[in-house]
Ligand binder design. Structure first.
Ligand SMILES: *Cc1c(COP(=O)(O)O)cnc(C)c1O
Ligand SMILES: [Zn+2]
Length: 373
């Protein structure tokens, strides 16, 4: 039986309860037994839903899907060393957030919910809005009022209602929490179903390596939706005996917004307050990641590490990737800058896997500036 469990007080709830946090106010996880009938899986369509028995949605009729996933794993050369990079910029809304949105909005449909709220001015908002459009679920997205209109038009184009909130990012967070007292909060950082979508990244990587685990995965991290999802996914594969070990997780942050890097390097119990500065890696510029401790714990348990990169390194990495034929957004290029730093120090023959998280076409204005146009 699938259950929801509070990370803090351990209270349990049935999975058909319309909640996104515990009554005590803390984060929920999903208690769920995944299984991987490999022969069946291999005979199914190449989408993330081929891992059907590993996704906690009860009825097939509730699945909200564009046949997303099973993105190509492409070898990219870095000065003679090769890294396999998953092309998650190729999702229908232009980022890997579709993995999380597909499972979360399927759950929303399964719960019979007709309206959700979410806060994101970026890729999570786009993905949630798109899947709500497909499922005919009303969708209100809260964003800071000073956002550039270019970022918001994709969200609005899917029919979502935008609420522009004056003030800081925290003011927007408070506004959505108020709205979430009435409507279901389909949050990419709070809601555990989102992470049971992003975990399919790990399943696909292992299947594409012939059911083997890589030695290292290098992932960007802000709220940790991809990192924590991957950690869940690799662990489920290990617990069911499909893979023998989970990979070392190398987490990439921007120097201008690096609370997790700091906490990890300084071995702190609490995530420190930081002064957030503008960065090209806007998608991972999260000053107060709600699942911060969980992220640090996952990286530690994997035997991994944190690396920080600056805007100059991000620019250089973006230009190099474009010159190699890949058009990605600057946030995505931060991961590439991190890969380069990792490779500088490592000289072994590790099997390294990483990801392009977002498409360059989403950020034309920023890329124009990077190329000085
Ligand atoms: C969401 C996102 C990330 C990862 O961010 P998290 O806050 O860790 O979930 C990385 N790159 C892009 C392009 C994104 O949209
Ligand atoms: Zn609780």
């Amino acid at each position: 039986m699938t259950k929801l469990i509070c990370k803090s007080c351990k209270k349990e709830y049935p999975a058909d309860e319309k909640i996104w946090k515990c009554n005590c106010g803390n984060l929920l996880d999903i208690d769920f037994k995944a299984s991987f009938p490999i022969e069946k899986i291999q005979n199914r369509k190449p989408t993330m839903w081929r891992y059907r028995e590993a996704i906690p949605i009860e009825k097939d009729e509730n699945i909200v899907s564009f046949n997303e996933g099973f993105t190509p794993l492409v070898e990219v050369d870095f000065n003679g060393k090769s890294v396999l990079i998953k092309q998650d910029q190729l999702f229908s809304t232009g980022s890997y957030k579709d993995r999380g949105a597909s499972v979360l909005i399927s759950k929303v449909k399964e719960l019979g919910i007709k309206k959700i709220v979410e806060d994101s001015s970026g890729n999570a908002g786009c993905a949630i809005a798109s899947y709500c459009a497909k499922a005919q679920i009303d969708c209100d997205i809260y964003v800071p009022a000073d956002n550039s209109p270019a970022k918001l038009i994709q969200i609005e184009s899917y029919g979502a209602k935008l609420h522009e909130i004056p003030g800081s990012r925290e003011d927007t967070a408070n506004a959505v929490l108020k709205a979430a007292e009435k409507d279901y909060y389909a949050s990419h950082s709070w809601n555990p179903f989102f992470f049971h979508g992003t975990k399919t990244y790990a399943f696909e990587v292992c299947e594409q390596l012939n059911w083997k685990s890589p030695d290292v995965v290098i992932l960007p991290v802000g709220n940790g939706t991809l990192l924590l999802g991957s950690y869940i996914g690799f662990n489920e594969l290990k617990e069911t005996g499909i893979i023998k070990k989970i990979p070392k997780i190398i987490a990439i942050q921007s120097e201008n917004c690096n609370p997790l890097f700091k906490a990890f390097k300084e071995n702190r119990e609490e995530i420190p307050q930081i002064n957030k500065n503008d960065t090209l890696a806007e998608g991972i510029a999260i000053a107060e990641p709600i699942r911060g401790k969980e992220i640090i714990d996952a990286v530690k348990k994997s035997g991994g590490d944190f690396i920080e990169v600056n805007d100059k390194e991000i620019k250089k990495a973006l230009i190099e990737m474009c010159n190699a034929g890949f058009y990605i957004e600057p946030t995505s290029a931060s991961t590439i800058a991190g890969i380069k730093k990792y490779l500088d120090k490592s000289n072994s023959n590790e099997l390294i896997v990483s990801v392009f998280t977002g498409h360059g076409l989403k950020t034309t204005e920023k890329i124009l500036k990077i190329f000085n146009k």
